[in-house]
Ligand binder design. Structure first.
Ligand code: FEO
Ligand code: CA
Ligand code: CA
Ligand code: CA
Length: 689
């Protein structure tokens, strides 16, 4: 069977309008296989009645906020009416509203009027009026001085290794010190590949494998601009430019490094892994390195599928979508000596973008699961605290607290902070009677979805806190260890971001169509909607102490489209005045503490394209959602970076047009050259003159 046929054959397995190609290539069709978590750890509903805790209110009023907040948000017009004009790098119509010096109502310099939602079939990048969009870098752009220009019809692995990879996801930009705002270094994940639209069907199978492999991994690239009023351009041949490939060495760190669970015939020491896979979201550390989550790594390996651990991680005895196991032994753990190869993926990766010669690391201390990403905040005592979600239906939310403390100016020391520490998993309790959480999403009588929670220890002081598990077992088979202590089964935790402004932590639960279905865990107060198509956002408050083992929580929002009759909740903000939003994925904050959300899957939820949204967190307008941009057909909005003080923002547009085929493309973003789409990093900035 040709690999390119696989997504088509999978089409019937997809649910709703979710792209079958996404399911097959990104997640190994995990939805069709059903949830991995069959543990019988108690659901909230089982324990709610005995564990009601004090009601805790976070971040303002939790009562229905029946006030009209006029002006910024009207009823929305028909889909598509707000789309930007023109093809290629383009601009919204300029009414000047986006570029004035007047602060937005929520205090930000990035002032805009929300766009109308855009139908998911529109192949355009739509921005708020007064703003323009600009591709910073595209799939295939040459990174090094001698790197070849991209050629649709003459692709090769050797060229791809020197070019920007495919399906940019997590993206971060840091100014290069001393450059006066003119130069920056950008880090980007390349999560997976869409060979069906990248390559002609007649491509030699060996070339298909090698080009696909070369398009995975990570990129570090320098950017430059004239000044903040101009867009960034990437700099070919710059000193920091780097591609990290599947053949590059990573050092395993932490207690599980060197254990019998991670050794292979090629690496008997269990300390050196080649490559990184499924890199999804990530985070910038306080010491200037980047973290990247190895998420759907299971889709790259064929295994016996026999062990409890393999089943728990979705590892199976089936041909993978890309077939790498036919060429390379290590992608088939049934081969002697490679039994542990899948155990060497599923970690948080740390990369120093300022040192092109540095060896990236995989930190076992943060556990092994389908890490969406990780984000670090320093606790008051200087310990580094990292939050990370396991993006699988009914899986868990985790927190890592470093053993050692941050030392200002000692970068070499700070680079070791994620190598040792304590690991916890979250258990939530709600404070409303379980009878009021009926799966409809209706707010309970006390006016909010809220309660308390605790961080259950998995590793403390370098020792296992889970009976029957060694510390190595906890850190390699983290899902199994967590199952044993009874955490809360969540609706797919994607980005988990602590706010530097409030120190509260935000968790994007993207969706879970299986909630309350077919014997799966029912709705509970922190995942209160059965068949949760549109997702929700959890807000956690550790009362300013990030090392605390207890917390208060509430739901910031239940996503959806009120205009289509969805039961939604926006912290009491009038539902008719929010931009419809579905499937929250990546989170970011602007300089004044507003939350920004990018989405992945809105077409399957509310039928609009994915986009980027600003959410007001404080004051009377808490819960207001304003859509800033919408991405082209089949695209997912990833890696938001908000530099609102410069009135600019960046997003990665992942898998545009991925339901198409070579010769029958559905997107031509961003160049609209008539050949096909290119995943790209886009900067949005005020339209000039
Ligand atoms: Fe790759 Fe959880 O999104
Ligand atoms: Ca409640
Ligand atoms: Ca994601
Ligand atoms: Ca996602």
């Amino acid at each position: 069977m040709s690999l390119i046929d696989l997504p088509l054959l999978m089409k019937d397995a997809a649910r709703g309008k979710r792209s079958a190609v996404t399911c097959a290539l990104k997640c190994a069709s995990q939805c069709a296989a059903g949830p991995c978590n069959h543990s019988d750890n108690p659901t909230f509903r089982d324990i709610a009645s005995s564990a009601l805790s004090r009601r805790t209110v976070i971040g303002g009023s939790t009562a229905a906020l029946a006030i009209a907040l006029g002006g910024t948000q009207g009823a929305f017009a028909d889909p598509g009416k707000g789309r930007g004009k023109g093809k290629g790098a383009g601009e919204g119509s300029d009414n000047g509203k986006g570029t004035s010096g007047v602060l937005a109502p929520n205090g930000s310099k990035l002032r805009f009027e929300a766009i109308a939602p855009v139908d998911y079939t529109v192949d355009e990048f739509t921005v708020a009026e007064g703003f323009a969009w600009h591709p910073v870098i595209r799939w295939g752009d040459p990174l090094f001085a001698d790197a070849p220009e991209f050629d649709w019809n003459a692709q090769s692995a050797e060229a791809q290794k020197q070019q920007f990879g495919y399906n940019n996801d997590y993206t971060e930009i840091q100014e290069i010190p001393g450059s006066h705002g003119k130069r920056a270094v950008m880090f980007v994940n390349h999560e997976y590949t869409n060979e069906n639209i990248m390559l002609p069907p007649e491509t030699d199978e060996d070339d298909r494998i090698e080009i696909g492999m070369a398009a995975h991994g990570l990129t570090v690239v320098e950017l430059e601009r004239k000044n903040k009023n101009f867009p960034y351009e990437y700099v070919q041949g710059a000193a920091l430019n780097r591609r990290i490939l599947l053949t590059d060495e990573f050092t395993l760190t932490g207690p599980a490094a060197g254990s019998d669970l991670v050794t292979t015939v090629e690496d008997p020491s269990g300390t050196t892994v080649l490559g990184t896979l499924g890199n999804c979201a990530g985070g910038l550390t306080p010491w200037g390195t980047l973290l990247s989550g190895e998420e759907n790594f299971n889709g790259y390996f064929r295994t016996s599928g026999a062990s409890v651990a393999e089943k728990r991680y979705g590892l199976a005895d089936r041909a993978t979508a890309r077939g790498w196991e036919a060429k390379y032994d290590r992608y088939d753990s049934r081969n002697e000596g490679y039994e542990n190869e899948p155990n060497r993926f599923g970690y948080i990766v740390e990369v120093d973008p300022f040192d092109p010669t540095s060896t990236p690391r995989k930190h076992t201390s943060l556990g092994r699961f389908k890490h969406e990403g990780a984000n670090v905040i320093l606790a008051e005592d200087g310990r580094a605290v990292a939050y990370s979600g396991d993006d699988e239906r009914f899986d868990y939310l985790y927190k890592f607290v470093s053993r050692d403390t941050y030392v200002e100016g000692d970068r070499a020391h700070n680079l070791t902070l994620l190598e040792n520490g304590d690991l916890f998993v979250a258990k939530f309790d709600g404070n409303s009677p379980s009878a009021e959480i009926d799966g409809s999403g209706e707010v309970p009588a006390d006016g909010s979805f809220d309660g308390s929670g605790e961080w259950l220890p998995l590793v403390v002081g370098g020792e296992s806190a889970v009976p029957g598990f060694t510390v190595e077992e906890v850190l390699v088979n983290t899902r199994l260890a967590a199952d044993a202590v009874g955490p809360t089964k969540m609706d797919r935790c994607e980005d988990v971001e602590p706010s530097a402004h409030s120190r509260r932590v935000y968790v994007a639960c993207t969706n879970n169509s299986n909630r309350g279905v077919g014997g799966n865990a029912p709705a509970d107060e922190m995942n209160p909607r059965a068949e949760n198509r549109d997702g929700h956002i959890v807000e956690i408050d550790e009362q300013g102490d990030q090392t605390s083992t207890s917390f208060a929580w509430n739901l910031l929002m239940l996503c959806g489209d009120p205009a289509q009759g969805d039961t939604t909740y926006f912290s009491g903000f009038p539902v008719e005045k929010v931009s419809p939003i579905s499937c929250p994925d990546n989170l970011a904050f602007d300089s004044v503490g507003n939350l920004w959300i990018s989405t992945d899957g809105a077409p399957s939820g509310i039928g609009y394209g994915d986009g980027l949204f600003r959410v007001t967190l404080e004051g009377e307008a808490r819960g207001r959602v304003e859509q800033f941009l919408s991405v082209p057909r089949d695209g997912e909005t990833c890696g938001p970076i908000i530099h609102d003080e410069d009135r600019t923002a960046f997003v990665s547009v992942q898998h545009p047009g991925e339901d198409g085929q070579w010769g029958d493309q559905l997107s031509y973003f961003p160049d609209y050259d008539g050949v096909g789409p290119k995943p790209s990093v886009i900067q949005v900035l005020p339209k000039r003159g």
